[in-house]
Write a protein of this length. Structure first.
Length: 72
């Protein structure tokens, strides 16, 4: 089981701690950005890059499989 521990320091200096149980279908990632819009754009770009990389890897694997089949 995984937990997210969040610490918040109030302007008075008092620190509050929250513990959240992470569900099986959840993931968390910390991203540095100036705004929500920038985070959404960074996420969109990362998904696009991952998709292109997956496609390229699939094409490479298919080409290798075809070369093996041709050499038989």
């Amino acid at each position: 089981m995984q937990y997210l521990i969040k610490h918040t320091t109030h302007t008075t200096g008092e620190t509050f701690t929250d513990v959240i149980k992470i569900r099986d279908n959840e993931t968390y990632q910390v991203v540095e950005a100036e705004s929500k819009e920038e985070v959404k754009e960074l996420y969109r770009q990362a998904k696009l890059r991952n998709g292109i990389n997956s496609l390229a890897n699939g094409m490479r694997n298919m080409r290798k499989a075809m070369q093996r089949k041709d050499s038989e």
